[in-house]
Design a protein around this ligand. Structure first.
Ligand SMILES: *[C@@H]1O[C@H](CO)[C@@H](O)[C@H](O)[C@H]1NC(C)=O
Ligand SMILES: *[C@@H]1O[C@H](CO)[C@@H](O)[C@H](O)[C@H]1NC(C)=O
Ligand SMILES: *[C@@H]1O[C@H](CO)[C@@H](O)[C@H](O)[C@H]1NC(C)=O
Ligand SMILES: *[C@@H]1O[C@H](CO)[C@@H](O)[C@H](O)[C@H]1NC(C)=O
Ligand SMILES: *[C@@H]1O[C@H](CO)[C@@H](O)[C@H](O)[C@H]1NC(C)=O
Ligand SMILES: *[C@@H]1O[C@H](CO)[C@@H](O)[C@H](O)[C@H]1NC(C)=O
Ligand SMILES: *[C@@H]1O[C@H](CO)[C@@H](O)[C@H](O)[C@H]1NC(C)=O
Ligand SMILES: *[C@@H]1O[C@H](CO)[C@@H](O)[C@H](O)[C@H]1NC(C)=O
Ligand SMILES: *[C@@H]1O[C@H](CO)[C@@H](O)[C@H](O)[C@H]1NC(C)=O
Ligand SMILES: *[C@@H]1O[C@H](CO)[C@@H](O)[C@H](O)[C@H]1NC(C)=O
Ligand SMILES: *[C@@H]1O[C@H](CO)[C@@H](O)[C@H](O)[C@H]1NC(C)=O
Ligand SMILES: *[C@@H]1O[C@H](CO)[C@@H](O)[C@H](O)[C@H]1NC(C)=O
Length: 846
């Protein structure tokens, strides 16, 4: 089936702005969502190399993401960051999850596990004695998940904002529910693992209700301890309920207790409550329905959670979930997703449309609305009237094109996110790059919250945001070296927050390879961060603007005009980011920009090669083109990175199955396929980006090329489908080539952006832009300003055909960072004389 061609009759009246419906139109878009896209990697049955997505019940940006937790026995291939894996063994259901994250698992907490027996060989302390395979088919829908365990227990669950509901249908015989407060998703080494740090559980009403809290730390962000309160209730009182405690055998980093010793057996004390102090015993409870009735029976449970108190957790449970029918909660979730998310992008849904594309569209919207978590009113750390968000996991992933969609589609949530970032600075000293479990960390590159703020600022987002404070928070990132937390990942500087290599950046004017880890990737990121300061300074502190514009050019000090590509014959490309020493010299001996030495935290570049990062200067592509030898060689270098078998670096799970240097599975390269725009070859951007999307994004379990990263990959696909691409920190969108003949996007709550594609026919490769009309005017440049169509709404019409043509005659997209003059200083001796000294471990005696 090919896309229906050109059924949209262009009427001049379309051009007048149309008002979006204030109301959900009644279309059930949720039916087009496939919540399993990204659940599997390239190896069937394995999550490894896949999207690491959460699967289960959730509402948009919900605190609770309720789903199964699994364990994969082959640790070499194991990734359980979202809890769910295709064939992993079920160790329980739990209320808190991340979605799409790499690194190490976080959460998988506030647990229940239905069991048919609790006696030997089952030991409730040892999940290997009770974990279960799944049998038959599972169902994953918006707000709903169901599956059947090998022991015959069927699980159906759904979630509201701070609470979940689950029904267990047991086979004939007794039924039990284990609540293990010490349960969390495990990591695979001592460094990455979470810890259980003590908790409490108390039975109420003979076990029909239970309350308490658990404390956890660790995980990807090197998280500090946090406490989560819970309040559970069963529809029918159990016949028996008993609390238990047991020795804690978790292997804590530095504070290990009884690790390496056997689990032992739980102690049932007969007390209605069990408390466990910091680092102390595991605690939990078992609820049993042992009635003589031998026919199968059901147990339904609701659980609320809160970061503030048991009372709040109980209130959420009661207020958010009033019915004992799982499907009532599921229906409410579907309504919320349709109203607040899916109905904001309307495409034709009739039978003549390509349904795969419709599924990719609404599924992508779903995945980019799972994180961050809106914890407004649930901040346990300080008193504030500001909104509170957690699970920025991470800004490094979402700054590039995800937040630009929040800006248009979710102005209320987005305002809240930005105010929350600023509030974190106000109360903790720095905005986060990554944050989860109420704790800043980890920072992979620059201080990329700066980019989020700048992107919002230049597009005019003001509302309730205190931009005086926002700019102060950015200046902190730009000027104050964060305390070095000496993470085992990187001893050279902080990876918790801020910019850990400012001690190089400010006095040297570049990042030195002998001073800072990830010097080349962080060089381009710090440059963009400083450009962000420039953008906001123009409005908030004009006296600072020139300084930050100059600093935004410092990537040029990490650029060697002599560095050449290796093993790329017959082509040879000259001019790359290259390792530079503290003494000012470049070290090009043996340097191959297509290699990064693993691309990890201690490498010269992070999760991509210098070859790729040498394209990542979105604020000054004009200089980049010049540095690469002018437009023709810039274009030739772009062509080269799309050629198969050009990759020389094995990126492991971050580059699974990708043989080009171009790696759309990881964020640094997101804007690269669109760079042809800057030499007025829009047709090549359209062709390359579309072909990446077609090759790597599918309506299948292995449907995204790597971790979806809190929906970052999904948002890249959404822009591709809309035929636009945002240039972060600038009020600029590049014109691509849409995937639908007609799209209405509700922006800013009540305006409509209409995108029309005439002549679209993928089957005959009729997707090359022949001409563009914006708001009824012929358009000669390949880009738009935010104000053209993104404020009041507007119409963009693409006229598509089969010929790749240079249709644009106007100026290429802007390079507003052009003209910055980088700090000409640049030796370590200079740095020392002006007082920047690296703090070494030996300075601290460690
Ligand atoms: C629908 O679009 C997808 C690309 O997203 C394509 O692979 C598929 O062939 C199309 N289906 C039909 C029936 O044209
Ligand atoms: C939604 O529609 C209903 C009935 O059609 C109407 O009563 C209600 O006011 C509408 N809500 C908004 C926000 O327009
Ligand atoms: C785990 O997976 C790896 C990679 O496929 C394989 O080499 C290894 O044999 C597996 N280990 C076990 C215990 O199955
Ligand atoms: C599972 O789904 C497949 C494909 O839809 C179907 O053929 C099969 O019968 C289902 N199995 C069960 C146990 O429902
Ligand atoms: C389950 O058991 C495994 C193996 O002992 C352990 O590593 C893990 O931490 C336990 N918990 C979960 C939630 O998987
Ligand atoms: C119940 O708890 C109290 C205080 O925590 C403790 O002193 C007592 O021994 C416990 N009772 C039993 C039967 O374990
Ligand atoms: C509940 O929802 C599931 C999944 O949509 C569906 O299969 C089931 O029939 C529903 N049950 C009821 C009683 O509506
Ligand atoms: C977009 O809005 C226009 C004007 O209201 C309408 O005519 C058109 O059918 C809409 N298209 C879609 C796909 O909803
Ligand atoms: C905005 O933030 C600034 C700087 O932190 C502070 O002095 C000022 O009181 C804030 N304004 C409002 C209205 O809160
Ligand atoms: C559109 O929404 C904005 C707030 O998002 C509001 O200020 C404005 O009055 C609304 N305009 C109309 C015409 O409803
Ligand atoms: C717009 O372009 C079309 C086709 O290229 C041309 O016929 C028309 O005259 C142009 N309109 C204006 C206002 O320039
Ligand atoms: C260069 O170094 C000198 C110290 O010798 C310092 O005063 C000056 O501000 C530096 N220049 C820049 C642009 O940072």
């Amino acid at each position: 089936m090919s896309l229906k061609k050109n059924t949209i009759v262009l009427l001049t009246s379309l051009i007048s702005l149309s008002r979006a419906q204030d109301n959900f139109s009644g279309v059930n878009y949720a039916q087009y969502v496939n919540p399993l896209i990204g659940s599997e990697g390239p190896m069937p049955g394995q999550a490894f190399g896949g999207g690491d997505i959460f699967v289960g019940g959730a509402v948009p940006f919900g605190v609770v993401k309720f789903g199964i937790d699994t364990y994969e026995t082959n640790l070499t291939l194991s990734t359980i960051n979202g809890g769910y894996t295709p064939e992993g063994l079920v160790t329980g259901v739990s209320l808190m999850h991340e979605s799409g994250t790499g690194g190490a698992p976080k959460y998988g907490i506030v647990h229940q596990m239905p069991l048919t027996t609790i006696t030997s060989p089952v030991n409730i302390l040892d999940n290997t004695t009770y974990w279960q395979r799944r049998v038959g088919n599972e169902t994953a829908q918006i707000g709903y998940y169901s599956s059947t365990l090998e022991n015959g227990i069927a699980i159906r669950l759904s979630a509201a904002r701070h609470s979940g509901i689950v029904q267990y249908d047991y086979p004939p015989g007794e039924g039990h529910v284990l609540v293990d407060v010490s349960h969390y998703l495990p990591g695979y080494d001592g460094y990455n693992s979470q810890d259980f740090l003590g908790g409490e559980i108390e039975l109420r009403d003979g076990g029909q209700q239970y309350t308490g809290y658990g404390q956890y730390g660790g995980g990807f962000g090197e998280g500090a301890p946090m406490r989560v309160y819970f309040c559970g209730e069963f529809e029918n009182a159990p016949d028996q309920a008993q609390t238990w405690r047991a020795r804690n055998t978790d292997p804590y980093l530095r504070q290990h207790v009884f690790s390496n010793e056997p689990y032992g057996m739980p102690t049932y004390t007969g007390n209605v409550s069990q408390q466990s102090g910091f680092l102390n015993d595991r605690v939990g409870a078992v609820f049993s329905w042992t009635g003589t009735n031998s026919s199968s029976s059901s147990v339904v449970s609701k659980i609320g959670i809160s970061f503030i108190s048991v009372d709040k957790a109980c209130t959420f449970k009661d207020d958010e979930i009033s019915s004992w029918e799982v499907n009532d909660t599921a229906s409410a979730a579907v309504d919320e997703w349709n109203t607040d998310v899916f109905s904001k992008i309307q495409v034709p849904l009739d039978a003549s449309q390509n349904e795969t594309n419709i599924i990719l569209l609404y599924s992508s919207l779903y995945f980019m609305h799972l994180m961050p978590s809106d914890r407004t009113g649930e901040n346990p750390l300080w008193e504030s009237d500001e909104p509170s968000f957690d699970d920025f996991y991470t800004a490094w992933d979402i700054f590039r094109c995800t937040v630009s969609l929040y800006h248009l589609l979710q102005p209320d949530y987005y305002e809240g996110m930005i105010r929350s970032l600023i509030d974190i600075w106000r109360h903790e000293g720095y905005m986060p790059d990554g944050r989860s479990g109420n704790y800043n960390g980890l920072t992979q590159g620059g201080s990329n919250a700066d980019n989020i703020l700048a992107d919002a600022y230049v597009k005019g987002l003001r509302r309730g945001i205190n931009w005086t404070a926002g700019y102060q928070a950015m200046v902190k990132d730009a000027e104050v070296v964060p305390y070095n937390t000496f993470s085992p990942l990187d001893m050279t500087g902080s990876v918790k927050e801020g910019r850990g290599a400012l001690f190089d950046w400010i006095p040297l004017g570049y990042l030195s390879v002998d001073g800072s880890a990830r010097s080349l990737s962080r060089s381009v990121e710090y440059s963009l961060n400083d450009f962000s300061l420039y953008q906001v300074a123009l409005g908030e502190a004009p006296q600072d603007a020139q300084k930050y514009l100059n600093r935004s050019a410092q990537w040029q000090n990490n650029w060697s005009h002599d560095a050449v590509s290796v093993n790329t014959t017959p082509e040879v490309f000259t001019g790359f980011l290259a390792p530079r020493l503290q003494n000012g010299q470049f070290n090009l001996s043996g340097y191959n920009p297509a290699l990064c030495g693993g691309c990890e935290w201690d490498a010269i570049t992070y999760e991509a090669t210098p070859f790729e990062y040498s394209f990542v200067v979105p604020h000054d592509v004009e200089t980049l083109v010049a540095f690469m030898g002018g437009a023709p060689s810039f274009e030739a270098r772009l062509d080269y990175i799309f050629r198969p078998n050009t990759s020389q670096q094995n990126l492991g799970a971050n580059g699974a199955g990708i043989t080009t240097i171009m790696n759309i599975g990881n964020e640094p390269d997101f804007a690269t396929p669109y760079l042809y725009h800057y030499v007025n070859k829009q047709h090549k951007s359209a062709q390359q980006s579309r072909s990446l999307a077609n090759e790597f994004f599918h309506n299948s379990d292995y449907g995204v090329p790597g971790n979806s990263d809190a929906g970052a990959l999904n948002s890249w696909l959404l822009w591709q489908m809309l035929g636009l691409y945002p240039i972060v920190t600038q009020p600029v969108y590049l014109l691509g080539s849409p995937w639908f003949g007609d799209v209405n996007v509700t922006i800013n709550n009540n305006s409509t952006l209409r995108i029309v594609a005439h002549g679209l026919d993928d089957a005959s490769a009729s997707y090359y832009v022949q001409s563009v009309v914006v708001n009824g005017r012929n358009w000669t440049q390949n880009w738009l300003q935010h104000t053209d169509v993104m404020v009041q709404g507007g119409t963009v019409e693409f006229f598509l055909g089969t010929n790749p043509v240079v249709w644009e005659t106007g100026p290429p997209p802007p390079s507003p960072g052009h003209g910055g003059v980088p700090n000409p200083n640049g030796t370590y001796a200079m740095a020392e004389t002006i007082g920047y000294k690296r703090l070494k471990r030996r300075d601290l005696g460690i």
